[in-house]
Design a protein around this ligand. Structure first.
Ligand code: ATP
Length: 877
């Protein structure tokens, strides 16, 4: 038993040793494993820590990159804002440039307008105007150059902007590339995280396996504890160790879970960041789009600027062209100035030659007069001799028979030759007189000033110029003659009387006055009642009637006169000798195509025998005018009155008839259609236009024969020199200056209306240059013969000559013509321009025969004319 116990004990001891050995082995193995696990855990921890570090670094890097990108985006935004501001500035600049260009266009237009104006004024002050234009052109060119510089600046600014935009595009592209790189880096980090996760999972699996092993070992240890209580303590220690390990592992697992959460949060943050980046990328894309749009807009603006530049270049070319034109015109004007200077010199020479010619003509005239006087004396002597011979013949006829008759025949032929010479001398006188009048011009303008204490006018020393002060500046005019305030009525008529003589010689003559209300038209044309105050009309009438009477008594002349008085208002004609009745016929004014009389159909024609009769007619017309003026109210100031006195004269021996007429009228300063038409007629005459618009108004159509080719016209411009009327005076003086620049359309001067009727020995000239009485201008004769068929048949004696003075061949006058009378015409004016004034005047003196009427006209043979049958009568006188 002892041995068995000992053996048992030895066996137990062996088992215990084996158990201890096994426990020791297991413990060693588990300790090894634990150490291995711990090492692996440490590696995992260090890996995790490294991963965390990397992650943090990466995160920090990414954060820095994001910050960088954000700051870059901010910078780009600022840049963009700056560029946008620059672009806006550029746009504003472009708008300003456009406005400046438009302003420049306006300036250029204005300059062109000024240029045109200056061109018009250039005739007044050529060199100054051209200088100004050149200066302005230089200024325009400077402006254009500055605009070009501005444009170039803008273009270069646009180019720099474009470059900026291109740089921005590149930067955006770089950002895109960087973003792609960041995305790549993010995905690699994510894959690294996934790899780490796998490692953690693997560790977890290994941990789980180790736990299972540990559990197995614990089970084996418990079994062994049950078998070996002795080892319980160590086993408990082991278990505690294992528990500790487990807790540590749990802790590690928790930490791994926490790490997973952190990773997930980071992942989400990264995803958010990514979204933010994508959003900022999209914003950048939008910005890029807007930038692209802006670039396109800027391109459009650039092309618009280029178009503007082209337009500006075009304008510059146009300006250069204009400049060249102006230079050319300037050169032409300089040539023209030089030419005109030469012409002026030439004209001065011509004027000197003409003056000499006038002197010669005067000398010739004087010589002719002397010759005529000598011939008259010789004629008287011959007539005395003839009478004595007659007496002798009476005594000796019976004794000597045939020889006495022969002496008589001889003497008669001598007398006829002398009469012929006298007629020739009269023709020469008419021609010389006409040449004298022509030298003074077929349209003459006289200016007359009314007295005033403080005149705004200044007379030139040459007696033909006047200066008018208007608002501080002085305007100078010159006319054929200027009558100062001291001039007498006699002096004024003296300057007109040669035209009256022309009318008596068979020329159409028109005298009219023009001026503002109260300027002295009535005073000039009509004058006062006192002998010294009488105006042109009564003096002219007196001269015509006296001459007619003298010729009737002395030179076998017979005269008939018919007068009519017409008022023209707009396109209406009124007969003032029929109480102002309106003449209904549309084309009442009828001109004789052969240059004879003008007829106003329907107008009453009253025969005039003496000055009193004519004055009475004017008085009647004035009364009718007052009635019409009252009815028409203020409009009367725009009407014009024309008094016509037609004179027809016949000379019984020469079979010659003169047709002429005189016209006189008064005009108000008020511009109306008739005056404007009168201005147009003068303008056309002055420019020698093909067409003269006589038909534009009844007034000009009525006066056509006087104003036109074969008439002589004298205009008085009456000026009231009071400073308050300076404006109106300027208007009158300018109109008169226009008229002064006119010439009648007559080629070779005015033309007489002379007709030779049938009989030989006719006297008169067809043209001023006509040589002698039978040499009547053929055209004038042919035309006149046609026009006087009815009167020719009624000539008092076969082969007699009839002279008619005045141009309208009036029906009433034709009756006078049949009686072998002369005809005269006087064309006076209306009794007052201003309604109020004219009405008042018309009801007073003007209407009593001293109405503002002028008339001249009439061709009357001068007393000096010698016509065969008249010789005896002249010798009596
Ligand atoms: N040269 C002059 N010398 C003296 N007095 C003058 C002169 N001219 C005009 N007058 C006077 O001035 C006044 C106005 O003149 P007048 O009636 O002739 O003017 P008008 O031009 O005919 O006016 P309206 O158009 O109103 O008829 C008259 O009293 C006239 O006597």
């Amino acid at each position: 038993m002892g041995s068995r116990t000992t053996g048992y004990i030895e066996n137990v001891a062996t088992i215990e040793r084996e158990c201890a050995q096994q426990v020791e082995n297991v413990t060693l193995a588990s300790e090894t494993k634990c150490r291995k696990l711990e090492a692996e855990l440490a590696i995992a921890r260090s890996a995790l820590a490294a991963a965390e570090r990397d992650f943090r670094n990466e995160k920090a890097m990414l954060g820095a990159e994001v910050d960088m990108q954000k700051s870059e985006v901010n910078r780009l935004r600022c840049d963009l804002e700056r560029r946008t501001a620059e672009r806006d500035c550029a746009r504003e600049e472009a708008t300003r440039n456009e406005a400046a260009r438009q302003q420049l266009d306006l300036d250029i237009k204005e300059l062109r307008r000024q240029n045109n104006q200056q061109q018009r004024e250039i005739s007044v002050n050529q060199s100054e105007a051209v200088q100004k234009i050149l200066e302005q052109k230089v200024a325009v060119e400077n402006e254009l150059n500055s605009l070009r510089d501005e444009f170039n600046k803008q273009s270069s600014r646009m180019r720099s902007l474009q470059e900026c935009v291109t740089t921005l595009e590149h930067e955006i592209h770089d950002l895109h590339r960087m973003n792609t790189m960041l995305e790549g880096s993010l995905s690699s980090r994510q894959s690294l995280l996934v790899h780490n996760q796998d490692q953690v999972d693997k560790l977890k699996d290994e941990l789980a396996l180790a736990r299972e092993n540990l559990a197995g070992l614990t089970e084996r240890a418990e079994q062994l504890q049950q078998e070996l209580d002795r080892n319980r303590k160590e086993r408990e220690v082991l278990e505690a160790f294992v528990h500790e390990q487990s807790a540590e592992l749990v802790n590690k697992r928790d930490r791994a879970t926490a790490l997973e959460g952190t990773l997930a949060r980071d992942h989400r943050a990264w995803a958010e960041k990514r979204l933010e980046l994508e959003a900022s990328l999209a914003a950048l894309g939008e910005q890029r789009c807007s930038l692209t749009r802006e670039v396109a807009e800027l391109k459009v603006a650039l092309s618009a600027l280029l178009t503007q530049k082209e337009a500006a270049d075009g304008n510059a070319a146009q300006l250069a062209f204009d400049k060249a034109n102006l230079m050319r015109e300037n050169t032409q004007l300089q040539h023209s100035v030089e030419f005109n200077e030469d012409r002026v010199k030439q004209m001065e020479q011509e004027a000197a030659a003409l003056r000499k010619q006038v002197d010669n003509v005067n000398v010739d005239l004087e010589a002719s007069r002397q010759l005529l006087g000598e011939k008259d004396a010789r004629l008287e002597q011959l007539e005395g001799e003839f009478a004595a011979l007659k007496e002798v013949l009476g005594d000796t006829a019976s004794a000597e028979g045939e020889s006495g008759k022969q002496i008589v025949t001889k003497l008669l032929s001598k007398i006829a030759a002398l009469q012929h010479a006298a007629v020739e001398a009269e023709a020469v006188r008419r021609r010389l007189h006409n040449e004298l009048v022509d030298l003074r011009g077929n349209i003459r303008v006289y200016c007359r000033l009314k007295p005033h204490p403080t005149p705004a006018t200044r007379l030139g020393s040459d007696g033909a110029s006047i200066a008018l002060a208007v608002e501080g500046s002085e305007h100078r005019f010159s006319y054929d003659r200027v009558f100062g305030p001291d001039s007498t009525q006699e002096q004024v008529f003296g300057a007109v009387s040669d035209l009256v003589q022309s009318a008596l010689d068979g020329f159409h003559v028109c005298v009219f006055s023009y001026g503002q209300t109260g300027a002295g038209k009535t005073h000039t044309m009509q004058g006062g009642a006192a002998p010294a105050a009488r105006g042109i009309i009564p003096r002219a009438l007196e001269k015509i009637l006296a001459t007619a009477q003298k010729l009737e008594q002395e030179a076998e002349w017979s005269y008939g006169m018919g007068a009519c008085f017409i008022e023209v208002y707009n396109q209406t004609l009124r007969d003032l000798l029929s109480g102002g009745a309106v003449l209904q016929e549309n084309n009442a004014i009828k001109h004789d195509p052969s240059g004879g009389h003008t007829v106003v159909a329907g107008a009453k024609v009253v025969k005039v025998h003496d000055l009193e009769g004519a004055t009475e007619l004017v008085r009647q017309a004035g009364e009718a005018r007052a009635v019409v003026a009252t009815a028409m109210n203020a409009s009367s100031s725009r009407s014009h009155c024309v008094f016509m006195l037609n004179i027809t004269g016949w000379h019984q021996s020469t079979g010659t008839r003169l047709l002429a007429e005189g016209a006189a009228k008064k005009e108000a300063c008020h511009i109306n259609s008739s005056l404007s038409a009168l201005g147009d007629v003068f303008a056309a005459l002055s420019s020698k236009a093909q067409h003269v618009p006589y038909r534009n108004s009844k007034l000009t159509y009525l006066l056509q024969p006087c104003l036109g080719g074969n008439g002589k016209t004298l205009m008085f411009v009456n000026i009231n020199p009071e400073p308050a009327s300076a404006g109106e005076s300027l208007c009158s003086l300018r109109f008169a200056a226009k008229v002064n620049g006119c010439e009648t359309g007559a080629k070779g001067g005015a033309r007489r209306n002379v007709q030779t009727l049938g009989g030989g020995g006719g006297s008169g000239e067809g043209e001023p240059s006509g040589s002698s009485n039978p040499a009547v201008g053929s055209a004038a004769v042919a035309a006149a013969q046609k026009s006087q068929q009815n009167t020719a048949s009624r000539a008092a004696q076969p082969g007699s000559a009839r002279f008619s003075l005045g141009f309208p061949r009036l029906p009433g006058v034709d009756a006078v013509s049949a009686a072998g009378a002369k005809r005269m015409s006087l064309l006076p004016q209306r009794p007052g321009a201003d309604a109020g004034v004219s009405r008042t005047k018309a009801s007073t003196a003007a209407r009593t025969g001293a109405a503002p009427v002028v008339g001249t006209g009439a061709g009357v043979k001068r007393p000096g004319s010698v016509i065969p049958d008249a010789a005896a009568k002249r010798s009596k006188s």
